[in-house]
Design a protein around this ligand. Structure first.
Ligand SMILES: [Zn+2]
Ligand SMILES: [Zn+2]
Length: 264
C-alpha cells in the first residue's frame, strides 16, 4: 500500500483521462492521493481541487497559494480558502506555500510576506502546512523558525531537493520530508545521501505529477501510480523492501493527518 502525498491531477493535463489515471493508481496499490490545489485563487482552481476530493473517497486535498501565485493573494483569496476549509472535510492541509526563487514568478518580497501570512492562517485553522521551497533555503528556514516553531506545528517539506542543512532544520521543526521522482534521477546522488539521513519515521513519497516523472518513465507525463518508483528508490537507500517503504510512508501520512482508522 502506498500514498501519493502530493499530486496535481485536477488540472487540464488530465482532463482527457483522469478516471483512468485514478484507476491505474488504485490498481497499483496507491491507497490515497493528496491532490494539491494551486493556481490563481480567483480562477476557481481551488474549488476544482476540493470538488475532485469530494467525488473520490481516496483523494484528499490541500489548498493554498503557491509562491508562484503569491502576487494574487489578497483578502478575497484568504476568505475563499477559509470558506473551503469550513465546508469540506476533505481539506487536510494548507498548501502548497513557500518560496520559489528559481522562477521568481512573484516578487520575492511578496512571496515572503504571503508565506508568513499563510503560516499564521494555517495555525489559526489548525492545519498542517505543505511547504514548497526552491533556491530559497535560508529564507525558508528563517521564516519557519519565526512563524512555525511552536508545539503541535506540523507539516510536509514537499518534493524535497534541498541540502542536509535544510533537512535537519525542518526535521527539527517537526516536519515530515517527502521525496519525488527527482530522487531516482541519475545525477541525484547528493539527494539520495540526504534521504538516507531523514529516517524511516519521517519519510513520505509523492509524484508532484504531472511534473518530475521518475525513472524509468522519464519523458512522459507523470501520474500517481508512478509513486512506487520513488518508494523503490528509498527501499534501495534504506536497504529494505518495497512493501516496507509502502507500509512506513503510508503510516507516516496517516499519522500526520489522523487517518489511521481510514487506512495505514
Ligand atoms: Zn511544489
Ligand atoms: Zn506541487
Amino acid at each position: 500500500m502506498f500514498v501519493d502525498s502530493h499530486a496535481h491531477i485536477d488540472g487540464p493535463e488530465y482532463d482527457a483521462d483522469r478516471e483512468e489515471v485514478i484507476k491505474r493508481a488504485r490498481d497499483a496499490g496507491v491507497a490515497a492521493i493528496l491532490n494539491v490545489g494551486t493556481g490563481d485563487p480567483h480562477s476557481g482552481a481551488l474549488e476544482r481541487a476540493v470538488e475532485l476530493a469530494e467525488k473520490n473517497r481516496d483523494i484528499y486535498t490541500a489548498i493554498g497559494i503557491h509562491p508562484h501565485d503569491a502576487r494574487h493573494f489578497d483578502d478575497q483569496a484568504e476568505d475563499r480558502i477559509k470558506g473551503l476549509i469550513k465546508t469540506s472535510s476533505r481539506v487536510l492541509a494548507w498548501g502548497e506555500i513557500g518560496l520559489d526563487y528559481h522562477y521568481d514568478n512573484s516578487p520575492r518580497e511578496v512571496q515572503r510576506e504571503v508565506f508568513r501570512r499563510q503560516l499564521r492562517l494555517a495555525r489559526e485553522a489548525g492545519l498542517p502546512v505543505i511547504v514548497h521551497t526552491r533556491e530559497a533555503e535560508d529564507d525558508t528556514i528563517e521564516i519557519l523558525r519565526e512563524e512555525w516553531a511552536q508545539p503541535g506545528s506540523q507539516g510536509i517539506m514537499h518534493c524535497f531537493s534541498g541540502s542536509l542543512k535544510l533537512a535537519q532544520a525542518t526535521l527539527g521543526l517537526g516536519f515530515l520530508i517527502s521525496f519525488a521522482g527527482v530522487l531516482t534521477f541519475k545525477k541525484a546522488e547528493g539527494l539520495r545521501a540526504v534521504a538516507a539521513e531523514v529516517g524511516l519515521d519521517r519519510l513520505l513519497i509523492e509524484t508532484d505529477c504531472p511534473f518530475l516523472t521518475p525513472i524509468p518513465f522519464r519523458g512522459r507525463r507523470n501520474e500517481p501510480a508512478h509513486v512506487i518508483e520513488v518508494a523503490r528508490c528509498l527501499a534501495g537507500i534504506y536497504q529494505t523492501t518495497l512493501p516496507e517503504i509502502g507500509r512506513v510512508t503510508t503510516g507516516n501520512f496517516a499519522g500526520l493527518f489522523k487517518l489511521e482508522g481510514v487506512f495505514g
